[in-house]
Design a protein around this ligand. Sequence first.
Ligand SMILES: NC(=O)c1ccc[n+]([C@@H]2O[C@H](COP(=O)([O-])OP(=O)(O)OC[C@H]3O[C@@H](n4cnc5c(N)ncnc54)[C@H](OP(=O)(O)O)[C@@H]3O)[C@@H](O)[C@H]2O)c1
Length: 260
Amino acid sequence: MRDESSAGTQRVALVTGASRGIGRAIAERLAQDGFAILLNASDRGTLDAAAREMAASGATVHPFACDISDRDAVAKMLTETEQRFGRLDVVVNNAAVSLRVNGRPPCLEATPLEHWDRMLAVNLTAPFLVCRAAVPLMKRNRWGRIVFVGSIGTRMVTGNTSLPYASAKAGLLGLARLLAAELGTHGITVNTVVPGRVKTGMSDSYSNCEALDIEYAKRTPVGRIGQPRDIAAAVAYLVSEDAAFVNGAIHDINGGMYLP
Ligand SMILES: NC(=O)c1ccc[n+]([C@@H]2O[C@H](COP(=O)([O-])OP(=O)(O)OC[C@H]3O[C@@H](n4cnc5c(N)ncnc54)[C@H](OP(=O)(O)O)[C@@H]3O)[C@@H](O)[C@H]2O)c1
């Protein structure tokens, strides 16, 4: 990992859940676009390996392993971001968990309370904690970009979304809307990308994943499911200067499977 003490001018992006899947693709894309990256996930070994690979490709990257539902750890992560880079410009709230029973979303009566608590903690409370700790750093420069990663399961009934997961992701839409209204006057925009089905470890963990890939591709006008880079490209636009007038919007990135 390169220690970039010149980061006073280089913009800095914090990407949660960035050790693999969509978060990794977002981190790599933002690094290519010139951002220094604070890379987060909870498993230190996988995260450090991802950071080493990105650094070998020329990225300025600093890993911080923590469970983002741990408020003390989140506070430490933001302190370390400031110490390491001296600024923070972008937050991508990407990390999430999708807990299922036997690989499938259980019905109401079969939904364990532990699943509800965990998914609300990681998928909704944690983004709130991260934003609360990050926004003071962004306000200093009167510039910032916050992106939430939602889910198509809050936009349409796919038959493949658990109740706690959809509830947490729906909560993100409310959080994003109100933050957009509150923070716009500070030069900080807040948007949500809402992926359709994307080929990652999460989607591959579902019991009938191959059949689901085929079914979703058939239901999608562009004829395929998503790849992590499809979501990363949308995030890259939303955190760019070009997106200065885009605030409080929900961006469906799903090949047209959901058409509002
Ligand atoms: N894949 C899809 O089809 C799809 C569709 C719609 C929306 N999404 C959304 O897209 C985002 C990324 O999903 P993905 O498919 O890339 O998932 P993934 O492959 O399972 O990756 C999830 C990432 O989040 C990290 N993570 C999980 N719990 C964490 C915690 N408590 N603290 C910190 N990091 C944590 C994981 O690392 P550790 O395990 O080491 O913590 C990993 O880096 C999620 O918000 C998901 O809900 C995905």
